[in-house]
Design a protein around this ligand. Structure first.
Ligand SMILES: [Zn+2]
Length: 343
């Protein structure tokens, strides 16, 4: 084993087998800002085998107080490529895969499926929910983190069983329109505390040491106090709805009506069923017409969500349209599930 890891191999919690495990691990890091600048050098130094970075942002001057791996000469360049260059130089034996993009409904499922652990290093709440839902679906562990103002939060959501809590179980405690660093202010030194904590939880997770799972750590980064509590499983969260043993890509389960706004919506049930009630903003299209003439009904600027009464027909439509390159999704549980949820 490489001498560079000798000091950590001497730790009984790691040893040679733990080091081997780290070297075989694949981590997806969502966001390449301040948290990533703290977390990733720690994972790269520890010998995590493969790291994928996804972020669409470019480096701006206002990032430099906390995104400590970027240089003033790099303004305007994509964050992920610059970060990848730094990390590859730090430890050339690690595979670093930068992706200039946002995490979206379309890429989240495939990306998380290929990784052992997902790191939430983003500052946008909708993306955190997308990571959550994807990880609930695939029963993947992920490390949630946020550092805003003098408040820091870190948690490892294990998704190890059906009744482990998820971010939505906890989210009543997070303001939905949570501020981002740009408007609430943040200090680089405090982001580093949160990021180091996140890195430690990440390494523990990869080493299959789960004692600190499903606990929220709350930092007061000014008074330097840390509190922890076990995140309660919330029966009202119904996050098990996100889990489907027959899960297939391109299934979509909205948990709030607002989430449907992201889609162009097509109803492929019979005209009578449509006339008796349908989703707001939906368009009625016969499934045969849709499959034979999709250009006429699909809107290029938006993903399309197709629903039937349950889901067999909409899955069939998606199975036909996806290979043609259309960004289409089927509504999990169909109109019946939607109606039931509305009460
Ligand atoms: Zn939940």
């Amino acid at each position: 084993m490489d001498k560079r890891y000798a000091a950590q191999i001497r730790l009984p919690e790691i040893g040679i087998s733990g080091q081997q495990r780290l070297s075989e691990s694949h981590v997806l890091c969502v966001g390449a800002g301040g948290l990533a600048a703290s977390v990733l050098p720690a994972l790269v130094a520890a010998g995590v085998g493969k790291i994928t970075l996804i972020d669409k942002d470019v480096i701006s001057a206002s990032n430099l107080n906390r995104q400590t791996l970027f240089l003033p000469t790099e303004l305007g360049l994509p964050k992920v490529t610059q970060l990848a260059t730094r990390l590859a130089a730090q430890n050339p034996s690690i595979a670093i895969n930068p992706i200039i993009d946002n995490l979206t409904l379309e890429n989240a499922y495939a990306l998380s499926n290929n990784h052992d652990l997902i790191l939430d290093c983003c500052d946008d709440y909708q993306t955190k929910l997308l990571i959550n839902d994807t990880c609930v679906n695939f029963k993947k562990p992920w490390i949630y983190a946020s550092a805003l103002g003098w408040d820091g939060q870190v948690a490892m959501f294990s998704n190890s069983s059906l009744d482990t809590p998820c971010l939505r179980c906890y989210s009543s405690r997070i303001p939905i329109n949570s501020l981002s660093c740009n408007n609430s202010g943040v200090l680089g030194a405090s982001v580093n505390i949160v990021g180091s904590f996140q890195a430690t939880l990440a390494l523990q997770t990869l080493l299959q040491h789960y004692e600190n799972k499903d606990k929220m750590y709350i930092f007061d980064l000014w008074s330097l106090q840390v509190q922890e509590f076990i995140i309660p499983y919330n029966n009202n969260c119904k996050h098990e709805q996100l889990i489907n043993a027959n899960y297939k890509n391109y299934q979509y389960t909205p948990l709030t009506t607002n989430e449907l706004d992201n889609f162009h919506i097509i109803d492929i049930r019979t005209l009578t069923e449509w006339e008796n009630g349908h989703l707001p903003a939906a368009q009625h299209v016969n499934i045969g017409s849709l499959i034979s003439n999709p250009e006429q009904y699909l809107v290029p600027s938006k993903p399309t969500l197709i629903y039937c009464n349950q889901q067999q027909l909409s899955k069939l439509a998606v199975d036909n349209l996806r290979p043609l390159g259309f960004n289409v999704w089927w509504l999990s549980g169909g109109y019946n599930a939607y109606k039931e949820k509305q009460g």
